[in-house]
Design a protein around this ligand. Structure first.
Ligand code: SF4
Length: 463
């Protein structure tokens, strides 16, 4: 089912040749590659991309140039080769082509990535973490995970992301999955405290596993949320990975309590110096009955994140994504299998790691059946949930959309400890959404011109 077709094999062969050529001497081969692109892109479909790339290559001091070059100086050559092949060839090229076919054939979303909670067990107890609510007892067994990956690859999904709980509690199974599926790229959101020399050696051996380590600013901020000593363990893990030339990134959750430290230049410099190649920023989500809504950032704090991350993209050699403010690059909400979905440790197939409602379970439904169930089809029909991509989320910024989808689809709360009524979640998010709307519309209109956002006079007048 997941074997490549003749056309896919030819594409793979051609791109591998280019990657091999690129690997020999990037200083010479990158400009040459651009020359080829100029010749082949006769109708200028990729003119803008080519211009951006040309600008990067024209200045060795440019932060993007430094980031690209660092992949050759800082990363093990075999790990880099496998990453490029899995990410560019399998995940992006073969994968997206195959996803498109399945999308057309079944009129449903097919994801680019699947996020799975390997376990609800965790060695830490972070404030506001949903995993803590699930208790320590749930696990997705190896055979089930392997089956999900086989199903996914058949439909073009080659990217698998592990979460928890703490996924590295299941180190041995992670390495086994990496070995069983060398054509996939695996990533894990981890607190980093279980990364040691032996595990790093295993990462070097399998070559297709990349950790995204949670770190919330500096020592005080990290330890106040994750527990005393966590920060030093994280720094130690990063040192091991850097020394072994393994790629890794940072996963950062911003809250009303840490925006200032997490958006600071010192913090970005710390990540770069530690060796992180990417940093993913997440907005604190008020999910679960035990959530702390006061931890949601204020509109002013969100504006700070929005502006600072965009500034750092011009100056710092690290690839950043701010999931709540980068919807414009991916067409808004990516959940509900449009680009990704989440399977929790109980097997519930949720639209997103932050949306704890489901109408299917991987122990009872195939992936394709889940994609075609009412909840995911409601996502497909509703996306994007807002024309203003700074208000992408059907929960956080458009809570009526999630309430409507959950009620219409008959989805149930997947919180095993304390099921959350969708109306309660709506009640927490609605005032927040109303507070953010004017600031979001102002930022969006300033950067993109009028998008006809809610409350805007031009939308009402149709101008
Ligand atoms: S549901 Fe919300 S948090 Fe999840 S992907 Fe969509 S916009 Fe992001």
């Amino acid at each position: 089912m997941s074997e490549k077709t003749v056309k896919e094999n030819l594409q793979t062969f051609a791109v591998k040749k280019i990657l091999h050529y690129l690997d020999e001497d990037p200083d010479k081969s990158l400009p040459k590659l651009l020359e080829w692109a100029d010749k082949f892109d006769k109708d200028n479909r990729f003119l803008r991309h080519r211009d951006v790339f040309r600008k990067i290559l024209s200045n060795p001091d440019n932060n993007w140039y430094r980031l690209i070059k660092s992949l050759w100086t800082d990363i093990d050559p075999q790990v880099r080769k496998v990453f490029f092949e899995n990410f560019i060839v399998n995940t992006s090229l073969t994968g997206t082509g195959r996803q498109e076919k399945w999308k057309k054939a079944h009129n449903c979303n097919i994801p680019w990535a699947i996020l799975m909670d390997l376990t609800s067990a965790c060695n830490l107890h972070c404030t506001g973490c949903w995993a803590a609510e699930y208790g320590q007892k749930l696990n997705l067994e190896y055979e089930l995970l392997d089956d999900v990956i086989r199903q996914g690859k058949g439909m073009g999904t080659y990217m698998y992301i592990f979460s928890g709980g703490e996924p590295l509690v299941r180190k041995a199974d992670i390495i086994r999955l990496c070995e069983a599926h060398p054509d996939c790229e695996f990533l894990a959101f981890t607190n980093g405290t279980l990364i040691d020399e032996a595990f790093a050696d295993e990462m070097l051996r399998v070559k297709n596993f990349v950790p995204a380590i949670s770190i919330e600013g500096f020592e005080e901020a990290t330890d106040s949320r994750r527990g005393r000593g966590t920060y030093q363990s994280v720094i130690r893990a990063m040192q091991i990975l850097k020394q072994k030339k393994l790629p890794f990134g940072a996963s950062c959750c911003y809250t009303s309590a840490n925006v200032e430290s997490l958006s600071s230049e010192e913090y970005m410099d710390l990540l770069v110096e530690s060796g992180a190649k990417f940093a993913w920023f997440f907005h604190y989500m008020p999910i679960g009955n035990e959530a702390v809504p006061e931890l949601m950032p204020t509109p002013e704090q969100r504006e700070t994140m929005y502006r600072k991350i965009r500034d750092y993209r011009e100056t710092k050699p690290i690839f950043t994504i701010d999931f709540q403010h980068d919807g414009e690059y991916v067409g808004g909400c990516i959940a509900g299998a449009r680009s990704y979905l989440h399977i929790n440790a109980n097997g519930d197939i949720e639209p997103c790691a932050f949306i704890h409602y489901a109408d299917s379970n991987i122990r009872e439904h195939t992936l394709l059946e889940a994609y075609k169930r009412p909840l995911f089809m409601a996502y497909k029909e509703g996306q994007p949930f807002n024309e203003n991509m700074l208000r992408p989320c059907p929960m956080l910024e458009n809570p009526e959309a999630l309430r409507d989808m959950v009620i219409r689809s008959g989805a149930h709360s997947t919180d095993m400890q304390s099921p959350e009524d969708i109306n309660d979640l709506y009640g927490k998010c609605k005032p927040y959404a109303d507070r953010w709307m004017p600031k979001a519309d102002e930022l969006w209109n300033t950067s993109h011109g009028c998008a006809g956002c809610s409350g805007c006079a031009s939308k009402k007048s149709g101008k």
